[in-house]
Design a protein around this ligand. Structure first.
Ligand code: UT7
Length: 322
């Protein structure tokens, strides 16, 4: 019998503190209208000083476990996507495993920037299909606010904090139909976050903050996401009209609208969380997916396209029969 990975639970967590565009306009030379018109963002959440990627991941994970109706101890594999890990090591996955009091499972992190949750889903899918795991917890958790230079108006307006979770289980029915992940390290200089503590002598003075040539990233993102949509549809021999929902990475409404246009989809079929969450990097797709599952927009049997693009560059998609 062919094994497939099915979504059996999801969860999400957003920190309490809300930072508005007006708040940011007191820090840098910007305005609510500029930010909203160019990005679609109005507010974002900022993690409390005692919160970490692992603490937020735990809350999202527990929700997913509860929805699935399983015991945490049944999980075979935890994959955490994060670019803002609690520690260089151990992995946030291991810290989360301990928090969930799971004694025996494999846990590790993936680092694919904003595409991290799609990369995690792709790895989980391979583990389940091959029979190496039955239940896999994937998480995207980010404290972007601590990697942002709050004096740089070109980046500090964009990012927010949060965590999303999905629990996958092996089944013989359709679930994840296909995943597609790609990387091109040639674009490193367009979007990066240095790690000064381990940098070479010449790079030691760089600040450990997100640095981006937004306009150039924007153009590559639109083209690349258009190509991944074609690749995903062709692999599954599906037509644009077969997709019920688009769950995109939440970086910019203009990028998302371009992908929706490519799919000939109305924006009513797109799950948008950007306005009140900003760009939560690897957490954004799973946060949006969880929101639409929980509010009943995404229903069992529907076809959902998840996609993301981020630093690396990395990009990817997952097509799911929910
Ligand atoms: O998640 C990972 C992938 N990331 C992305 O996909 C992000 C992609 N990029 C973007 O979303 C957009 O490029 C931004 C929202 C970051 C910027 O929007 P843009 O329309 O590309 O603006 P721009 O960078 O071309 O800047 C246009 C103008 C510039 O002024 P001049 O040179 O025309 O006088 C900027 O200095 O807007 C200025 N500007 C601002 N003005 C007010 C840049 N940031 C701000 C700001 N407030 N916050």
């Amino acid at each position: 019998m062919k094994r497939c990975a099915r979504v059996i639970g999801s969860g999400g967590y957003l920190p309490e503190t809300i930072r508005t565009n007006e708040d940011i306009s007191k820090l840098v030379d910007t305005s609510d209208s500029w930010i909203f018109e160019r990005t679609g963002i109005k507010t974002r959440r900022i993690a409390g000083e005692n919160e970490t990627a692992a603490s937020m991941a735990e809350i999202a994970a527990r929700q997913a476990i509860e929805m699935a109706g399983i015991e945490a101890g049944e999980i075979d594999l935890i994959i955490v996507a994060t670019g803002s890990p609690d520690r260089v090591y151990p992995s946030t996955g291991c810290i989360l495993q301990h928090r969930l009091e799971i004694q025996q499972c494999v846990a590790f992190d993936v680092q694919a920037a904003c595409s991290g949750s799609i990369f995690a889903m792709s790895i989980a899918d391979q583990y389940i299909k091959s029979g190496a795991a039955d239940k896999v917890l994937i998480i995207g958790s980010e404290i972007c606010s601590r990697l942002v230079d709050w004096t740089d108006r070109s980046t500090c307006i964009l990012f927010g904090d949060g965590a999303g979770a999905v629990l996958l289980e092996s089944t013989d029915k359709p679930g994840i139909l296909s995943t597609h992940i790609h990387s091109d390290g040639g674009f490193e200089d367009l979007l990066y976050c240095p790690n000064p503590q381990v940098a070479t002598a010449s790079a030691k003075d760089e600040k450990g903050v997100i640095t981006m040539k937004g306009n150039e990233v924007f153009k590559v993102a639109v083209n690349t996401l258009g190509r991944i949509v074609d690749e995903t549809l062709a692999t599954n021999n599906l037509d644009k009209s077969d997709i019920d929902w688009l769950v995109p990475h939440q970086a910019n409404t203009r990028i998302i609208a371009a992908t929706a246009r490519k799919l000939k989809m109305s924006m009513d079929q797109v799950i948008l969380t950007l306005e009140n969450q900003g760009n939560t990097s690897s957490a954004s797709v799973l946060l949006a997916f969880n929101e639409a599952i929980r509010d009943g927009r995404i229903k069992r049997g529907q076809i959902v396209l998840l996609e993301a693009f981020g630093a690396g560059f990395t990009w990817g998609s997952a097509l799911i029969k929910y």
